[in-house]
Design a protein around this ligand. Sequence first.
Ligand code: ATP
Ligand code: MG
Length: 556
Amino acid sequence: MSEERSLNFLEEIIEGDVREGKHDGRVLTRFPPEPNGFLHIGHAKSICLNFGIAQQYNGKTNLRFDDTNPVTEDTRYVDSIKEDIKWLGFDWDQELYSSDYFDQMYAFAMQLIQKGKAYVDDSTAEEIAASKGTPTEPGIPTPFRSRSVEENIRLFEEMKAGKYADGAKVLRAKIDLASPNMHMRDPLMYRIRHAHHHRTGDEWCIYPMYDFAHGQSDSIERITHSICTLEFIPHRPLYDWFIDELEIFPSKQYEFARLNMNYTVMSKRKLLQLVNERFVTGWDDPRMPTISGYRRRGYTPGSIRNFCERIGIAKRENIIEYSLLEFCIREDLNKSAWRRMAVLDPIKLVITNYPAGKEEVLVGENNPEVEGGEGARNIPFSREIWIEREDFMEEPPKKFFRLGVGLMVRLKHAYIVKCENFVKDENGRVTEVHCSYIPESRSGSDTSGINVKGTIHWVSVLHAKTAEIRLYDRLFQVEDPSSEDGDFKEYINPDSLTIIRNAFIEPDLATAIPGKGYQFIRKGYFTLDIDSNENSLVFNRTVTLKDAWAKESKKG
Ligand code: ATP
Ligand code: MG
């Protein structure tokens, strides 16, 4: 527990429970994803909370796949979820599946039927909805509510045996049709679904509803603190009711505010639409708010954990700025990324007084942020180099500390050059910048006595490698696409991806390490993309060096 912050409300509860010796001071949480999509940054918050809080109190966390809905679930999602949790740096105690408890849940349901606390209802979904009443008006019993225990047992057995079609019957808890809490008005426990399940195959054709499955799974595992998001507050009385009626281990549910973030959507259903309708290349597209998307884009596990820690645990919904996540990754990469040079929009610079055919090997440390620089790499230098087109101006304004005729800059890790001239093609486009260099100004052994204000990056023409560079911008143009009129996909940013096909990079980047962050000096943080192969290198920009949007909005 870090000293500088006070306990959040969940830590207070758990600390109190541990102090009182509740459950012998044992803390067991669970992370319960439904395997119907890839995890997103909202799930990361839940993971950090469930695993983090258990670690804090010497407890454990189960990974439980909440796989009670056969139609949308898939093993491919199970695998991706496990990979993402591990990547975030957490390890579960047991890997469990709600579907492993189907027999036990069926037995629990029978127990409630025998107690007269559950009944088989033949009404249609519409009839049930209509008979539930409204928050101000009590519901009315359907004709099936008064079925005998014996009849309910027989019908439920027949439901299980596959005698009825989908939707023909449901099992409902018999609670209180006048309850002010609509969830307590005889909620559904089981429905019929003749569908193949990713683990149980065709063994079952009845499946438990979330409210019946979730709390019972918690109880079977003897979960002490079952943490979920605020929308489940009205479900809590039902969670407790099932556990009380079944007289099973008293797991307790606690709720916190879900993570919402601007300029994106955070629901697997919507993310799946983006994938299926090809607005993105897949769940791991670097523009997606998924953990796999952030990983591919170059985010580190530490930056995401840090983000989750900073936003904290609240009891009220709010919207977190995407720029906070960017702040966290910049802070991380500033300390860990290796510095390299890459020219994204090249123009040739010729050093007229540097001997043709001469080559030098300059040295640049990998990471100036740490003692020793984490080693260094060789940077070849020669007469012709690539520089960024924007670092030269035909008619430079005052305070342009880059190149224009008569101006001087330092080439990073190399020499000071002075611009003498430039060459244009027939369309008036500058094609070459001509400079002279000052031989005594070599970085590290500069005896020239000349001070220049600007330093620019460059790559030797003779030694440069080419790469494709992918620049990303926010995926949506509006802060909350889900609350706008019409379909959320109408608000996709058409410029969310810019591809630069022929950037020049320093040769050392040919052996860039997958998963490692690189700062391309003055251009941002980058990482190798999985589309790279030995013939073509592809880099993703993780984040810019500065917050371009903050500047933009200040301009007004
Ligand atoms: P989605 O609507 O994106 O499908 P979900 O809640 O249905 O989300 P689950 O797989 O059921 O997805 O969620 C697993 C766990 O992650 C749950 O405990 C859920 O409360 C939590 N969770 C999901 N979304 C968020 C979020 N945005 N912020 C915090 N926790 C979340
Ligand atoms: Mg869910």
